[in-house]
Design a binder for this molecule. Structure first.
Ligand code: NAI
Length: 732
């Protein structure tokens, strides 16, 4: 009542929902209601049930107030619009409650869609999941061109599907064919890409965004529509034809299903459920699509795969605030100025990533030729991003500007952090660190990207070794989501905090590990890859080894992984691991036999596998090496030919066995760190939740008894004391 009285007074500002937590409305004299979306109780705008109830109250108030002529929604959180549904609520929801929440959201967004006055969403920053579903229910959407502005429906990544009308509205706005990759794979679009697909009406510079809403509403008030000022992008005739002609449409659905099954191997129910929902709802009255969405949400909420996906999401969120990081500003130096040493595969990728994130980065190499090669790779990547409209021409130039090639240490005294990524030789790394200590300030954090050397040995002899830390990126650094942060006994909390804050700025998931040979991920992969060397001596069909691993859910088998790492590098690492961990990591005798063949025929024994796809087979040189070891009697095969289950257990349980030792030695603080690192560093079957989670669902005692069986004649596989202690703690 008070609101209405005030609204009648010209030039008065009227507050809507004065007790609002998220939707803060203010009506101006022109009749435009500006709604600032700014959750008071959280750092991000996430849509919980309570926030939907509040939105519904706001909509009711708008309907009651005749002074409102148009509504502008914008975010009060810099860098994000609405990040999505409040996923923390999903933890405790039963499947029926999840379906009810889906129906409730659909009803509220339908009220937004059918509002009697025009509505505009001004999108800056993340507009994801439920956030995009809300924006799509507004009549107009304007996005800005900032790099942080991303629109998408990433629900499948959490084992879910859009449940608030997203599968109905997205195809209506951008067409079915364009919607498929967004809904089935969670692909996101930046402002410009969203504009070219018709998902938003316009894209403007970030500075202009706050002003375009009112202008737009004035135009609508004058002409009844804003169609004249927005040109709808032309959709390809092929897409339109495929959607309109039923046999072609079912062909498109069939193709999408085949591709989904190929990508997910049928292990993830969410993309298939999304496809089914789209099939049911496309070109039907919205109520049919909505009902299909809620039914799918109900089924997915019961799926164990969804639970694992959600758990991984929460682990990732928790990893943003690790207990061992002192996040007080006195401890952290935000990286403004950095340097990378070594312009090879890793160094050039890391340097580009930093430059992309706004950090002035010197890239140093001793070899000018390698330096220009590294820069050329970076330039190629930038060009590709430009072509795909991921960045603007100005952003491309800015990134390149921030990347400074050099062959000396000039300007190093200004750097906040230096990351070394040169050849994996201890003596060379040590001398580089000694030089760095001279050319940088004593507070500059010195990081190494070593993958197999001890950080403390690299730091030996460096004045102020407390500033030395490991930053182990994975290959390729632009794409791989994990970074291991390695702390030595001496690493200071300030150096650790600075390294951690850099990983966050680079958008990586960081796991903090203590210094040990192989750190966490490579240490766990070592027995997995080595066991494949033993298995090659035992199986009839060598390809069965990779098949077993892939069937289990690994992105690739250990043989393919060895080839990816490089046979020579893998052998080098295996020898280091043996030296560090002794007996149980004794390299499979096959590796030595292979090395011998390689010394006389270097080209014949470069990889374990040859050929591609279905033509892939064992390298004949490896076959010869196997025959040689078998004849030599160096390895007596215990028992018969291993079955697929035996192969899987020997590979996967080897990882679990070593992981238990890592926990015992406090290489990481908790089992969840192992799951996170293995899923994001190696792609370890996400639907199984990681090795520790897999052991828990299998049963720790089961893992132990499997290992005991395999250990007969193979002492390396004997369950470790640490594993037994872990099993006792779990009582299963
Ligand atoms: P790379 O051989 O491609 O590049 C090394 C670069 O360092 C070369 O350009 C070389 O000219 C340069 N360099 C050598 N000595 C130098 C010095 N004293 N000063 C400046 N530059 C120097 O090697 P890659 O693969 O990039 O590996 C670099 C480091 O990253 C190694 O420590 C490696 O263990 C680690 N790493 C490698 C991964 C991979 O998959 N390649 C994954 C994770 C870590």
């Amino acid at each position: 009542m008070l609101n209405q009285m005030m609204a009648a007074t010209p030039n008065a500002k009227v507050e809507f929902l004065t007790d609002a937590v998220m939707w803060h409305g203010e009506l101006n004299a022109e009749g435009w209601l500006r709604v600032r979306i700014d959750r008071r109780d959280k750092s991000a705008n996430a849509l919980s049930q309570a926030m939907l109830v509040e939105l519904e109250r706001l909509l009711a108030e708008i309907k009651r107030n005749p002074a409102v002529r148009g509504v502008i929604f914008f975010s009060g959180k810099p860098g994000s619009f609405i990040v999505g549904a409040d996923v923390t609520e999903m933890k405790s929801l039963t499947s029926s409650r999840a379906a009810e929440l889906s129906q409730f959201g659909q009803r509220v967004f339908e009220q937004v869609e059918t509002m009697h006055v025009p509505t505009v969403a001004l999108i800056s920053g993340a507009c994801l999941g439920g956030g995009l579903e809300f924006a799509m229910s507004c009549r107009y959407r304007i996005a800005d061109d900032h790099v942080k502005t991303l629109l998408g429906l990433p629900e499948v990544k959490l084992g879910l599907i859009p449940g608030w009308g997203g599968t109905v509205r997205l195809p209506r706005l951008i067409g079915l064919i364009e919607s498929l990759p967004m809904i089935l794979t969670g692909r996101t679009l930046n402002g410009r890409q969203a504009r070219s697909k018709g998902l938003v009406h316009d894209v403007v510079p970030i500075e202009a965004l706050p002003f375009v809403g009112e202008e737009l509403l004035r135009t609508v008030a004058k002409f009844g529509t804003a169609r004249a000022i927005f040109k709808r992008p032309k959709r390809s005739w092929l897409s339109r034809l495929m959607e309109s002609f039923p046999p072609l449409r079912s062909f498109a659905f069939g193709r999408a299903e085949k591709e989904t099954l190929k990508q997910t191997k049928g292990r993830y129910p969410a993309p298939l459920a999304a496809l089914e929902t789209l099939r049911a709802g496309f070109r039907q009255p919205p109520s049919i699509g909505f009902a299909a969405e809620s039914a799918a949400i109900k089924r997915l909420a019961e799926s164990p795969v969804t639970h694992e996906c959600l758990r991984l999401f929460f682990l990732q969120e928790e990893a943003k605030k690790p207990a061992s990081i002192d996040s007080s500003s006195s401890q952290q130096t935000p990286t403004r100025d950095a340097a990378v040493i070594g312009a090879g595969a890793m160094g050039s990728g890391i340097a580009l990533l930093m430059a992309q994130k706004g950090i002035w980065t010197r890239l140093k190499d001793i070899n000018p030729e390698f330096l220009s090669k590294g820069l050329a790779t970076a330039r190629k990547q930038i060009q590709a991003d430009l072509k795909r409209k991921k960045i603007t021409a100005i952003q491309a130039t800015d990134t390149l500007d921030r990347l400074r090639p050099t062959t000396d240490h000039s300007g190093f005294n200004q750097t906040d952090i230096v990351i070394e990524a040169i050849v994996e030789e201890l003596a060379i790394k040590q001398s580089v660190f000694r030089e760095l200590a001279k050319s940088t300030s004593p507070t500059t954090v010195l990081a190494t990207n070593t993958s197999s050397l001890l950080v403390k040995e690299i730091a030996a002899g460096v004045p102020h070794p407390e500033r030395v830390v490991g930053l182990h990126f994975f290959n390729p650094p632009l794409q791989m989501p994990l970074v291991e942060i390695v702390r030595t006994e001496q690493t200071s909390s300030a150096a650790l905090a600075t390294a951690f804050s850099l990983t966050q700025r680079l958008g990586k998931t960081a796991v903090i590990v203590r210094d040990c040979p192989g750190f966490l991920v490579n240490r766990l992969l070592a027995p997995y890859m080595n066991e494949a060397g033993y298995l090659l001596l035992e199986v009839d069909d060598p390809l069965e080894i990779d098949r077993a691993a892939v069937e289990f859910g690994m992105p690739m088998g250990p043989l393919e992984l060895t080839d990816l790492v490089g046979l020579e590098v893998a052998q080098h690492v295996a020898a280091n691991m043996h030296a560090a961990y002794g007996e149980r990591m004794t390299p499979a005798p096959l590796w030595a036999a292979l090395k011998e063949i390689a010394s006389s025929e270097p080209h014949a024994a470069k990889t374990l596998l040859v050929g591609k796809g279905s033509r892939k087979k064992l390298n004949p040189a490896v076959r010869r090496a196997i025959a040689k070891v078998r004849q030599s009697g160096l390895y007596s095969v215990p028992g018969g030919t291993p079955a697929q289950d035996d192969i899987t257990q020997r590979l996967i349980h080897s990882i679990i066995n070593e992981a238990a030792r890592c926990l015992d030695e406090k290489i990481v603080d908790k089992p969840e760190d192992i799951d996170l690192a293995m899923v994001f560093g190696t792609g370890f079957a996400p639907f199984r939740g990681g090795p520790m989670r897999f052991a828990e669902t299998t049963g720790w005692n089961q893992v132990i008894s499997d290992l005991e069986r395999h250990a007969a004649g193979r002492p390396r596989l004997a369950p470790s004391a640490a594993l037994r202690i872990l099993a006792q703690g779990h009582h299963n």
